[in-house]
Design a protein around this ligand. Sequence first.
Ligand code: ADP
Length: 253
Amino acid sequence: AAELSVEAAVSIKLDEVSFRYRDEWRPVLKGLSLEIPAGSRVAIVGPSGSGKTTVLELLLKLRTASDGRVLLNGRSTLELREDSIWQASNVVLQHSHFFRGTIRENLLLQEGATERLSDEALMLALNKAQLGQKSLDEEVYEKGENLSQGEKQRLALARAMLRSGRLWLLDEPTSSLDYVTERQVLCELLQHAAGDTLILVCHRLTGLEDMDAIVVMEQGQIVEQGTYEELMRRQGYFYELKKIELQMIGEAG
Ligand code: ADP
């Protein structure tokens, strides 16, 4: 099997992809087609259960499409080695793994990393993740149980930012943060990932103005897609979701 290169940003193509769980009648993804050029930053939004995570799982070969093709740099993921995809990617899934040890040690848990990163590099990543008040020597308890959900998410993001992959696959990485911190973290992240291909799965619609495209999913299908401005102008599903969110956080529409 071929390797996915870590050197350059990665293009993504989903071609009529369907996915259903074994023994399930209802498909989770229904003929999904999506093209993300190398270096593009895309948010996938939509209600819980619409299939967003499954898209990331297909890209990471955690699942295999029941139908259709998933392509990275024009090559079917079936032909690509799974470890090379993970190596080329900076991944934050919903349940990040932490172990007993210092924050420094947890940050250094880099798959395939050979060189030891300097404390400066580690602190820079913590700062970008808005976790600069933490000390590298602070102990992380078993599974990170002394950290809040939001701190765990930020630590996971700092860890991703220490990796050198050119493909970012992020599943609700800021869902437990307050709106202000979320905005700051996303802003830092987009700067840090400049030039890379990035998929951000989220159900909140904050800070998406700077994404190259927003893909709106519902029940395993793409129902809308465009830039933030285009989707707002269209006054369709995304616009309605955004209106509800603005009401909920009490901002003036
Ligand atoms: P999202 O990320 O948009 O919340 P997911 O991709 O996680 O959606 O899930 C899509 C659908 O797949 C959901 O309806 C969910 O119930 C279903 N699903 C997830 N895991 C399984 C499983 N192991 N078996 C059957 N259905 C599942």
